[in-house]
Design a protein around this ligand. Structure first.
Ligand code: OGA
Ligand code: MN
Length: 220
């Protein structure tokens, strides 16, 4: 496995960042089938598979004091990611480069990035939700990166993205290996349909530096 940050279209590739910036400005979201070099994707997949089962915790809703686990809303399990392995480092470096590129182009003022591995056991789902409520969170941009080597249409687990205005389905995204989805956190209701096989992803959020400590999202 290569630990070098080598990508199809890697950091410093203005074209890819330009493509993402244009799409975010025009549509508010983008689906990239192959954002990262395959070696980097393989590395992340191996990392994820080597995490101890017990380290994955039931995902909750809300932050800090209002955190609660509600199995009717979501039934995935998560494990926060730091730069503890070369592959995780490559991923976080890529997100850092994307952050700088988007700040330069769109003046989003993105400040940091947090992400976790998510594992959806067979039958797991995440009901329709938004990742941030206007004015109440510092999450600005959501990312989901998929780590499922073989995923067929019948396997379910699609990410459904809804139109913020009409509530019509905009996209049904298969969680295919190496695919990256980026969308404005406050704008797009979305859900994860029940998966027929175990489903792996890295969900992440670019945040602005909220000055109100009471409303700020903690790092974990
Ligand atoms: C989330 C989320 C989508 C996905 O974790 O908030 O919406 O496709 N994930 O895994
Ligand atoms: Mn979400």
């Amino acid at each position: 496995m290569s630990t070098q940050p080598v990508f199809d279209r890697g950091p410093g590739d203005g074209d890819l960042y330009e493509q993402i910036a244009v799409a975010l400005e025009r549509d508010g979201y983008i689906v990239l089938p192959h954002a990262l070099d395959l070696a980097a994707v393989d590395g992340l997949f191996l990392d994820l598979k080597s995490v101890d089962e017990e380290e994955f915790k039931r995902a909750g809703i809300g932050r800090q004091s209002d955190f609660q686990v509600n199995p009717f809303v979501r039934s995935d399990r998560v494990r926060w990611l730091d730069g503890e392995t070369p592959s995780a480092r490559v991923f976080l470096d890529w997100m850092e480069a994307l952050k700088l590129a988007l700040n330069r182009r769109l003046f989003l003022g993105l400040f940091d990035y947090e992400c976790h591995y998510a594992s959806y056991p067979v039958g797991a789902f995440y009901k329709k939700h938004v990742d941030a409520f206007k004015g109440r969170s510092n999450r600005v941009l959501s990312t989901v990166f998929y780590l499922n080597p073989v995923w067929q249409p019948g396997d379910g687990g699609e990410l459904v993205i809804y139109d913020p205005n009409t509530d019509q389905v905009l996209e049904k995204v298969l969680p295919e290996y190496g695919k990256l989805v980026i969308f404005l956190s406050e704008e797009f209701p979305h859900e994860v349909l029940a998966a027929q096989r175990e489903r792996y992803s890295i969900a992440g959020w670019f945040r602005v530096n909220a000055s109100s400590a009471a409303l700020a999202d903690p790092a974990a």
